[in-house]
Design a protein around this ligand. Structure first.
Ligand code: FAD
Length: 387
């Protein structure tokens, strides 16, 4: 196992750093759910695309730089260290389109992949439904086959970027008589069709990052199915694994949070107990960085990350929460007001990070679900009883 970057990686780092420093937006962008914010994000994405940095880890045949996971990690580290805007098409870049690369036909790849990198198409993920989150195979949205069309009826929820997306990748039930995990299909389709209603969900911070998406007799072609009718559960495992395993610079983000905490502790005047707690967090963050690199090395060598992806996801969310809680504990009542507010009343840096940590305990599989995976698949403990 080699946990260091090569000279080639470092050359790429120098190139990326120079470009980002020269081209980064000069002020924080408005939320992409506002018309002006969307234009700003699109502008930034197009600049990344034109420079060839839209997806460094994608194969060259699909417009990427063909870098391995180490190269991608270099890009993510530099991007995250500068606190640059969240990627507009992250649902496609990280998992949706990559699942199509793994399971789609040549025709599907040619149809769907080109619009991802320049954001001509913005993707969202339609997996969760009311009543189907952790128990994803309980989905009830149906896809009735009629000739060469599939007729959709049902509802998705918690759809990130649903309010701005033009395309969805989703799980639907195409054979209601089959057992729970069978009869599910994985489909990709455009959202601007009859029978699709998108209702943005306004959140505490005032923006609508989520949407509910309703289907009432919406018709999509059978050629929307990826990996074969009824084989969607298998295809979905690729998407879930990519989503869960994606570190996307979270180790760099955590190091930034820790630096912020050190400043707060310094200003507060650290006593011995506080210094010890800070020291413990620092060593956990260091261990997390190393375990991220170990995972990177495994994947870059073509290996399977296995339960290590779950361990890493769990660790990163726990650390994010622990750092945030200690910071709040030190600052007390002043905690919620010390950050500057972002544009349009958006929460400032620290609070975004803190609440993002709480959300991370839920999305891409809750912390409890990660613990189940680690216990059952990693430690070989008995499976939990099912009804
Ligand atoms: C910020 C954010 C973005 C999201 N984006 C998307 C998106 O773009 N597309 C999409 O499809 N979904 C998205 N989701 C939904 C997310 O995948 C689900 O919220 C998540 O899978 C949990 O499902 P649930 O909300 O139905 O909770 P439930 O599954 O009902 O869980 C409720 C509680 O019970 C616990 N629990 C459930 N089952 C078990 C078990 N077997 N053992 C132990 N504990 C258990 C859970 O850990 C949780 O604490 C997003 C969620 C968040 C917070």
């Amino acid at each position: 196992m080699d946990l260091t970057f090569t000279a080639e990686d470092e050359q790429f780092r120098a190139r990326v750093s120079a470009w980002l420093d020269e081209n980064r937006p000069t002020s924080r962008l408005l939320p992409p759910t506002t018309p002006e914010g969307f234009r700003q994000h699109l502008d930034w994405e197009r600049r990344l695309f034109e420079a060839g940095f839209a997806a460094p880890g994608w194969p060259e045949e699909f417009g990427g730089l063909g870098l391995d996971l180490w190269g991608e990690t270099v890009f993510d580290e530099e991007y995250v260290a500068r606190r640059l805007p969240e990627r507009l098409n992250k649902m496609a870049l990280i998992h949706g389109a990559r699942t199509v690369m793994a399971h789609g036909t040549a025709e599907q790849k040619a149809r769907w992949l080109p619009g991802v990198l320049d954001c001509s198409d913005i993707w969202c993920q339609g997996f969760s439904e009311p009543g189907a989150g952790s128990d994803l195979a309980a989905i009830r949205t149906t896809g009735r086959i009629e000739g060469d069309e599939i007729v959709l009826d049902g509802q998705k929820t918690w759809t990130s970027n649903g309010a701005i997306a033009t395309r969805m990748y989703a799980l639907i039930r195409t054979d209601p008589r089959a057992s729970k995990h069978r009869g599910i299909s994985f489909v990709v389709f455009d959202l601007d069709i009859d029978g699709v209603e998108i209702r943005p969900m306004r959140q505490l911070h005032g923006n609508s990052g989520f949407a509910e998406v309703f289907f009432t007799g919406a018709r999509i072609p059978v050629s929307s199915v990826v990996g074969g009718l009824g084989d969607g559960w298998r295809v979905a495992q690729t998407a879930l694994k990519l989503e869960r395993g994606a570190s996307r610079g979270s180790h760099t983000r955590l190091k930034g949070h820790l630096d912020g905490l050190v400043t707060v502790v310094d200003q507060a005047g650290a006593d011995r107990a506080l210094t010890e707690r800070l020291g413990a967090l620092r060593s956990w963050v260091y261990a997390y960085v190393q375990s991220t690199y170990a995972l990177t090395d495994t994947v870059a060598r073509g290996g399977d990350e296995g339960v290590a992806a779950s361990i890493n996801k769990l660790r990163s969310t726990e650390l994010q929460t622990a750092i945030g809680e200690l910071r709040l504990e030190i600052l007390g009542a002043a905690g919620p007001v010390v950050d500057e507010l972002g544009p349009a009343g958006e929460l400032g840096g620290f609070h975004r990070d803190y609440w993002h940590g709480r959300a991370a305990e839920i999305f891409a599989g809750t912390s409890e679900i990660q613990k189940n995976i680690i216990a059952e698949r990693g430690l070989g403990l008995p499976r939990e009883p099912t009804a």
